[in-house]
Write a protein that binds this ligand. Structure first.
Ligand code: GLU
Length: 448
């Protein structure tokens, strides 16, 4: 069968069997539209149904998560874990607790995770999970009871050699702690490597909290260096203000950039003095308040409930909020203002149309599965430390992270060129490089 027809047939099958999973369809389309040159060179992957198998999760779990709120009312949330691919190692990927979570969202995230994890070069498969539970506005007690109920089901499916969840939106150190405590209680095992993103004080990895944001900035720095640029003296905008955004801002500043804006779902703040990371951390992580509270605490800052950070003139944009947050209109504004580079700290934050506009305008564009791979790569370093019962220094871990990001970057460029694109085509390079590593392992392991 010809390669294009094969890819079209896989697409058609997904649309038919998985109706209504818009984000999953989008993520699959994005990857499949890069794969023709790889499949032409490796017809054996067509013959053994590699693409078709990759698009079908090895296992998908949905489960009831009942919990009792502070008023004594019973609530029923829906939990998910998609164990997508174990070709390269135990399923690995975060948990997202957010009201928008549904099967299509978790499948898109799990699918992306396969290729992202492959790009890191580490021994980790791809998975993702979460629940439609909203931690915002919930007391610590409610969050704890929710996490305990969630793990009461999830513990049957995870394990350090099987499936290793971590954080994502709505799941940070607090939630990981409650989840770990319940896993330990049910299994009677202190199995440190069953979850990553643990606090450094008990079996977490130094630099894990920083890794996704720092890694995204390292990736952007590598892209910029190919054109003789850097962060020094550059204006940067960041969307989001969670863990990824905070550390992307911190590292941008460390490299001499000035981050003038960040946001949350209620609006954005502009601070021409440069965002004060300590204040932002205090607002988001201690007070758990909205970003507007930053502007109330800082005279040089202003809050806007309308528009996006992308309307502001900038040299570098780091979307670190959520999927499809940066659309056509934002991309037009960024290109008009002469943006040099866009690196995705979040998963799939740029719509396909926005990505196309960046490509046409020659803007350096780092897709999330490459640019934000530093988080999961450092999770794999956490697993290594847990297996060896040791803990590395911050410097040692960060230097491994920086090496990994450099390698991911060069791998994207080399693969893109090798498969008929320009070295700047990071989308093509990331998709093919990730795919080939998984496909090689799948071929060797037979039809499973
Ligand atoms: N949720 C993160 C991601 O999107 C991290 C996953 C992990 O550390 O397992 O890659």
């Amino acid at each position: 069968m010809n390669v294009r027809a094969h890819i079209d047939a896989v697409h058609a099958q997904i649309r038919r069997r998985d109706p209504g999973e818009a984000e999953f369809h989008q993520a699959v389309t994005e990857v499949l539209s890069s794969l023709a040159p790889a499949l032409e060179r490796h017809p054996e992957y067509v013959d053994t149904g590699i693409v078709e198998r990759l698009c079908e999760p090895e296992r998908q779990l949905t489960f009831r998560v009942p919990w009792v709120d502070d008023d004594g009312a019973v609530r029923v949330s829906r939990g998910f874990r998609i164990e997508f691919s174990s070709a390269l190692g135990p399923y690995k990927g975060g948990l997202r607790f957010h009201p928008s979570v549904n099967l299509g969202i978790v499948k898109f995230l799990g699918f992306e995770q396969i290729f992202k994890n492959a790009l890191t070069g580490m021994a980790i498969g791809g998975g993702k999970g979460g629940a439609d539970f909203a931690p915002r506005g919930r007391s610590d007690g409610e969050v704890m009871r929710f996490c305990q109920s969630f793990m009461t089901e999830l513990h049957r499916h995870v394990g350090e050699q099987t499936d290793v969840p971590a954080g994502d939106i709505g799941v940070g150190a607090r939630e990981i702690g409650y989840l770990f405590g319940q896993y330990k209680r049910i299994t009677n095992r202190f199995e440190a490597g069953v979850l990553t993103g643990k606090p450094v004080a008990w079996c977490g990895s130094p630099a894990r909290a920083e890794a996704t944001g720092y890694g995204t900035v390292y990736f952007a720095q590598e892209m910029l260096a190919t054109r003789g640029h850097g962060f020094d003296g550059r204006r940067v905008v960041v969307s989001g203000c969670g863990n990824v955004a905070i550390h992307a801002i911190e590292k941008s500043h460390a490299l001499g950039g000035r981050v003038v804006a960040c946001s949350d779902s209620s609006g954005y703040v502009v601070d021409e003095d440069g965002i004060d990371v300590e204040l932002l951390k205090e607002v988001k992580e201690v007070r758990r308040a909205r970003v507007a509270a930053y502007a109330q605490s800082k005279p040089t800052a202003r809050f806007s409930a309308r528009g996006t950070v992308y309307g502001l003139p900038c040299d570098i944009a780091l979307p670190c909020a959520t999927q499809n947050e940066l659309d056509r209109e934002d991309a037009v504004a960024l290109v008009k203002n002469g943006v040099l580079a866009v690196a995705e700290g979040a998963n799939m934050p740029c719509t396909p149309e926005a990505v196309r506009l960046f490509h046409e305008a020659g803007v350096l564009f780092g897709p999330g599965k490459a640019a934000n791979a530093g988080g999961v790569a450092t999770s794999a370093l956490e697993m290594q430390q847990n297996a060896a019962r040791e803990q590395w220094s911050f410097e040692q871990t960060e230097s491994r992270l920086a090496d990994i990001m450099r390698t991911v970057h060069s791998q994207c460029r080399e693969t893109a060129e090798d498969y008929g694109g320009t070295p700047d085509d990071y989308v093509l390079g990331a998709n093919i490089a990730g795919f080939l590593r998984v496909a090689d392992a799948m071929s060797a392991q037979g039809v499973v």
